[in-house]
Design a protein around this ligand. Sequence first.
Ligand SMILES: NC(=O)c1ccc[n+]([C@@H]2O[C@H](COP(=O)([O-])OP(=O)(O)OC[C@H]3O[C@@H](n4cnc5c(N)ncnc54)[C@H](O)[C@@H]3O)[C@@H](O)[C@H]2O)c1
Length: 275
Amino acid sequence: MCEENRELTNKIVLITGGAKGIGAAICVEVLKEGAKHVRILDLDEGAGVNLENEMNKQYGTYKVKFIKCDVTNDDELFGAFEGTKQEHGYLDVVVNNAGVINENNYAAIRKMVEINYIALANGTLKAIELMDKSKGGRGGTVINMASIAGLYPICPPAFMYSSTKTAVLQFTSCIGAEPLYTNTGIRVIALCFGTTDTSIFSHVSTFGGAADKLMEEVLKNHELQRVESAALGTVEAFKKGDSASVWLIHQNKPAIDITEDREKCHQSMARLLGR
Ligand SMILES: NC(=O)c1ccc[n+]([C@@H]2O[C@H](COP(=O)([O-])OP(=O)(O)OC[C@H]3O[C@@H](n4cnc5c(N)ncnc54)[C@H](O)[C@@H]3O)[C@@H](O)[C@H]2O)c1
């Protein structure tokens, strides 16, 4: 296994969907840890510019740069990744964080799959291309946002949202595994947050509204953790996580490495498949 530097000091960090919510809290936390520069990609220009101004006032000129970017637009997404590397000479950490919950109609479902899964996969592949040690890069870390919704065997009211998050877990476990990690020097890690107090739930609507009541019940029964706890857990997973590891960050508790628990769940299926 190759070993990499797991400190955030002097790192160049890129966060998608980082203008508010968990992404913005991660921006604050990595700056506290001494990151050199944080590039924020988001659709929300107002929140992004506010965060940039606030952080630069607090941590110094040009610590944070906001770029208006729709992660589902490949030209915008890849342009922002490449621009960050060109400007600084390298890129160290990519957090594929942009995500939505909206399964209200066919078009919304298609968009959600594009944001939560396709753009995250494209972001991972582009990060690998730009940071690959075997191609002159410095190696690095990709952090992919899954969810506890992707861990439940069934998650009825959010059937498409939870599917995108299960897909993120499968994708991350595959792409983070050996021999890719040793070849590229890039760790790929998945995080599963429990319900966290952000604006993501402000527009939740299930297909045709049929399961909205069930969704309300589910949300009522889940305590919301603070965004700061989600961000602290992210830094902890960054410092401790091996490639392809999966972390649970919920209930304002420290991050838990659940990689082995997931492997145990998969063992009986592996036996059936003769592996
Ligand atoms: N809040 C929770 O309870 C929770 C739980 C588990 C996982 N997550 C995941 O954590 C991540 C962050 O969620 P959050 O709760 O901070 O949500 P949020 O709504 O507060 O923030 C998401 C950000 O993504 C941005 N975004 C949405 N579509 C975009 C697009 N097409 N291009 C660029 N940016 C876009 C939004 O503008 C917003 O700033 C998501 O992937 C979410 O699924 C959240």
